[in-house]
Design a protein around this ligand. Sequence first.
Ligand SMILES: [Zn+2]
Length: 358
Amino acid sequence: MKIYMVFNALLLTLSACSQNDQWYSVEDFSKVMKIDAHVHIDSDRSTFVEKAIADNFRLINVTLEVDDGWNDVYRKYGDGLHQHQSFPKSVDMITSFAVSDWDEENWEGKVISWMDSCFKQGALGVKVWKNIGMVSRDTAGNLISIDDDRFDPIFRFIQERGKTLMGHLGEPKNCWLPLDSMTTENDRRYFENNPQYHMYLQPEMPSHEDLMDARDSMLAKHPELRFVGAHLGSLEYSVDVLAERLDRFPNMSVDLAARMGQLFYQTANDREKVRDFFIQYQDRILYGTDLGDNGERSQENMYRSMDENWRRDWEFFVTDNIMSSSLVHDPFLGLKLPKQVVDKIYYHNAVRWLGMEE
Ligand SMILES: [Zn+2]
């Protein structure tokens, strides 16, 4: 009888262990090694990186051309390089290039030799931004499109060097809707404050579908190119639509940067659908936030938003807590993904898709 009871207790302990082994908890947040694959540190101070290290995050610092052409690229890349050299185990970089001198002779050659110099310094890939397709024009006044043949040698070079193209092309679909029809509060705030990017106000500009078609036609021309679609590949409004693209383009993955609100919105409507998407595409999703340091925010303010975002997202992915967020109107349940799925989204996928050292 005694032996039987001991055996039973042992069985109970074992099954409790394997249950705990399958899920992470909120408390595991700072213990688990993670990667934020989309940050912007436009500063040489170490404030942001120090907190990331304390929270067990590695960082991918992303460069882009905003509105000052190559100067943007050089300055932002320079900040990333400085961070990488100061914290080689914690910060990696993705470089960019400018299209401000698109019509100049040998523009392609300039871009390729710039990328080559960045790769020699350890850059993992190259980012293209929404200015391509929505803002930047050639000297004749036409918008430059991402499927223009002049990009072909550039994307071929990235692929041949085993690097990754990251693309933020287009905007969330909300951008083409009036403010009061938008699905998330953060989009509403952003487009209210940045009317120059609010396409609903500019019907002469390309549609969301036009921009997705251009991106898809570029991917179809470069099937071997490793591509990370930033911000859920600009198909943040529907995991069904996104799944269809991931099926069509096997070398495409997506990051989650600044689109958690869209996931919360869809989760509030149909949690199982969103959870199934994460299980089915567990090898194609990279955790990222778009958090950053512009060099001016107070440490307190910056650390508060890092905590809010990083800990909120962790709770969403590892628990089935009832949650609410200022990003969306309705409450929603966490996805409680199995540990091995969380590990992929938070670490292994970035390593693989960005060719990082383990
Ligand atoms: Zn970004």
